[in-house]
Design a protein around this ligand. Structure first.
Ligand code: ZN
Length: 471
């Protein structure tokens, strides 16, 4: 009786100490191994929350860089120096840098958009220049506004855009559960709209901010002009200003003015920063976890992508601090220039292919520091085989409410697709990401420490399982 009560208590204790502990008199060796794994993953999560390591890394990165880490700036260089030192402290044997050419684009100090009322009065609205946009020669350009809800409408526009200002007003589709799908549905107008308008003779463009909320904070982001097309001023206006302007246009308002002294100021070089630890059993199979170190300049790049950098550095720190020794080669990669060129991701893949390397799995965190929800998988041609392996280890992660998705991976790791390994995107809760993304609100105060720390634990758990079992 006493013996069976003790056994019962042991079972209850085991149940609470490990989500996968089971009271069974006979354990298969796989079950024993899974219980060890479940215990290890639980320990990783507890340490992530207790140590606050990811949040401390993010705080210190922002402090060291001086806020943002825009490509080609001294802020970026200070951020790169900080992560080099952090990777060394975490325990990576080889720290290296990979220089890559990046466009240096600088924001003007007095960029502005004004509504011109019928009585001639000018009214300023919240606006910021888009990255890679052109300037207006230190003076405001003024013109009639033509509104577009789809970039292809510029091609079919029957009127003359010469001397006019194109306004791209497509909002996020609020019906979509996944805000990244809403972003994808609207972002083309920002990336390609100004180029199309410039080719039709427009003197400037304004774009509704790519944001899921209504407020007065404009969101910047990249725009791309084709070779041979002179960049024109291109400004994002806040979602509230866009709705008001849209309404005023229906009421008969026709003119706005745009002033921008933003523009390209040459080419410079930024570094990818890489920490590496050789694997004991399969050194030729690389497991990469990375984020992009660069950010836009009007916030601190706390969610995009300081959080991703903190996630992956802390994930490796959590694993190494347990004494775990990698069986496969681990790389922590902080990529340069994701925001306005992808030079870092392209250069990393070019050198890796040149060296005939194989990335068994590359994981990118670039969707903010929110509560972990899923990992998303992409593979060249053997996804079915990979998913068999993933499905074997997944019950250990399901216990932490992590789902499997097939919604792409990450921009910086996508050039590795030709190596045939598994590309994986970390997917936190997407509901608030586009409230902050590329705006002045993308700062530390909008990152929740527990949510961020849990992201590092989720990534560490997946690295551990892939390292231990392979694919
Ligand atoms: Zn990003």
């Amino acid at each position: 009786m006493i013996k069976s009560s003790l056994y019962f208590l042991f079972c209850i204790a085991a149940l609470y100490s490990s989500p996968f502990a089971r009271c069974q008199s006979v354990h298969s060796s796989l079950e024993v191994e899974q219980e060890k794994d479940a215990f290890f993953i639980k320990r990783i999560h507890e340490e992530a929350l207790a140590s606050n390591g990811a949040y401390d890394l993010l705080t210190n990165l922002i402090k060291a860089s001086g806020g943002h880490r825009l490509s080609g700036t001294s802020n970026y260089d200070r951020g790169a120096a900080f992560v080099e030192e952090a990777l060394s402290k975490i325990g990576f044997e080889h720290i290296s840098t990979q220089p890559c050419d990046v466009v240096r684009w600088a924001r003007g100090e007095d960029d502005a958009v004004h509504i011109i009322h019928a009585n001639g009065a000018h009214e300023s609205i919240p606006a910021v220049a888009l990255g890679n946009s052109g300037h207006s020669d230190d003076k405001a350009v003024e013109g009639e506004v033509v509104i577009f809800y789809h970039i292809d409408s510029v091609d079919t526009y029957k009127g003359d855009l010469t001397g006019k200002i194109a306004f791209f007003a497509r909002p996020f589709d609020q019906k979509l559960i996944n805000t990244f799908r809403a972003y994808s549905g609207a972002v083309a107008q920002r990336v390609f709209g100004p180029n199309k308008a410039a080719k039709r003779g427009a003197i400037a463009t304004i774009v509704r901010s790519m944001a899921s909320n209504l407020d007065d904070h404009p969101h910047t982001g990249v725009t791309i002009f084709e070779d041979g097309v002179d960049p024109i001023p291109a400004m994002a206006i806040s979602t509230l200003a866009a709705e008001r302007l849209e309404h005023m246009i229906t009421e008969g308002l026709l003119r706005v003015s745009v002033k921008s002294s933003s523009g390209e100021i040459g080419i410079t070089s930024d570094d990818n920063v890489i920490g590496e630890l050789s694997g004991s059993d399969y050194p030729d199979e690389i497991i990469l976890a990375g984020g992009h170190l660069d950010s836009w300049d009007i916030g601190d790049g706390a969610h995009d992508d300081g959080s991703g950098c903190a996630h992956v550095m802390e994930a490796f720190r959590l694993l190494l601090d347990t004494g775990y020794k990698p069986k496969r080669t681990w790389r922590c990669v902080l990529f340069a220039n994701e925001e306005n060129g992808l030079a870092g991701g392209l250069e990393y893949a070019r050198l890796s292919n040149e060296r005939k390397e194989f990335h068994l799995a590359a994981i990118e965190s670039d969707a903010g520091g929110f509560t972990p929800k899923a990992f998303s998988f992409v593979a060249q041609d053997s996804l079915v085989n990979y998913m068999k392996a993933i499905n074997r280890i997944w019950p250990l992660l399901e216990a932490y409410s992590l789902d499997i998705q097939f919604t792409g991976s990450g921009a910086d790791i996508s050039p590795l697709k030709s190596q045939g390994g598994l590309l994986i995107g970390f997917r936190p809760d997407p509901q608030r990401y586009f409230d902050f993304h590329h705006s002045t609100n993308d700062n530390l105060s909008n990152v929740n420490p527990r949510e961020l720390n849990l992201g590092a634990a989720a990534i560490a758990s997946l690295i551990y399982l892939i390292d231990k079992y392979g694919l």
